[in-house]
Design a protein around this ligand. Structure first.
Ligand SMILES: [Zn+2]
Length: 60
């Protein structure tokens, strides 16, 4: 059924998580319904949040 669906590339998710890029409509729609991509994105966000100098404004 959804086997031929291509996951959002990890680099896209990483950049999206870091707020540097926007996903295109296809990728965003895929992300909405793909648990795998969502959990991967969550992992990236967790990592990004723990990076010390990721964002200059450290709103704790
Ligand atoms: Zn996916």
């Amino acid at each position: 059924m959804g086997e031929e669906n291509v996951h959002v590339p990890a680099m896209q998710l990483w950049s999206y998580g870091s707020g540097t890029v926007h996903l295109n409509d296809n990728d965003f729609e895929h992300l909405l319904f793909c648990v795998q991509c969502q959990s991967l994105l969550n992992e990236f966000i967790n990592i990004l949040e723990q990076l010390p100098s990721a964002n200059p404004n450290q709103a704790a």
